[in-house]
Design a protein around this ligand. Structure first.
Ligand SMILES: [Zn+2]
Length: 257
């Protein structure tokens, strides 16, 4: 919890008029990030209630250290949300139990699709399956990078973590590509067809690495990271936005804090 502790500076007493101004400033800086932070959290924890709690905690911590924390609003919010969500999962055993409860993880947002990329719903499903099979820590890094356009520098990743992110991305791309070749292109290569029937992932990966034809087929697929980035944002409830930004607040009254 170091990162959270560091942002949660003790709140000083605030005079009411200064407080009103601060609230306005806080809302205009932080409100625009609510949807993205919620989407980030809910895709990590897989259920609405817990994601809502984590977002409450994240914005609560941001408010407590506002305005001292400077201008890097997005970087700090996502870093805090990442620590909170991963921490919340650490002691939960049933975290996959409620997965996909009424949540639309695989809707495609046409505005997020890169130019000239064309893909269908089943590819979105396949990509999300691969993303949700990643360890949550790895997924959270990938999401920051691919879905929220935050560079390793922007979120203050140390070198080892930045390397882990690069490896995760590579693993994810490869994993999706193998699944795609196996489901959509197995008849383009005789050996691939045999290996898919044998269902040996290791052999498949080896084959794809050295087979020119399979590599050519794979190069025509849309980038898995681009598909992941194109999945529509999952919106929080309207009441959460009201709770966090519309209600008159006094010092220290902010969700659980
Ligand atoms: Zn092949």
């Amino acid at each position: 919890m170091e990162a959270v502790a560091a942002t949660a500076a003790p709140t000083k007493a605030r005079d009411p008029r200064a407080l009103a101004g601060e609230l306005e400033a806080f809302n205009s800086l932080y409100r625009p990030h609510l949807e993205a932070v919620y989407d980030f959290a809910v895709r990590i924890v897989g259920e609405r209630d817990l994601a809502t709690d984590m977002v409450r905690q994240t914005f609560g911590l941001a408010w407590r250290s506002f305005p001292e924390q400077g201008n890097d609003v997005a970087g700090r919010l996502f870093t805090t949300a990442r620590v909170c969500t991963l921490d919340s999962l650490r002691y939960r055993r049933d975290r996959n139990g409620k997965e996909r409860e009424g949540l639309h993880f695989t809707r495609i947002d046409g505005h997020r699709v890169p130019d000239a990329a064309v893909f269908d719903q089943s590819l979105a499903e396949l990509v999300w399956d691969a993303a949700s099979a990643l360890p949550r820590e790895a997924y959270s890094l990938l999401a920051l990078h691919v879905r929220h356009d935050l560079s390793p520098d922007a979120i203050g990743l140390d070198r080892a973590t930045a390397v882990r992110l690069a490896r995760t991305r590579e693993f994810f791309d490869k994993d999706v590509t193998i699944r795609l070749l196996a489901t959509r292109a197995r008849h383009t290569c005789g050996e691939l067809d045999i290996l898919v029937a044998r269902d040996d992932e290791h052999e498949l990966a080896q084959h794809i690495r050295r087979c020119k034809r399979c590599r050519e087929t794979a190069s025509r697929f849309v980038s898995p990271a681009a598909v992941l980035g194109s999945l529509a944002t999952i919106a929080p409830s309207r009441s959460l936005a009201r709770e966090l930004f519309n209600r008159p607040r006094r010092r220290g009254v902010f969700g659980i804090l």
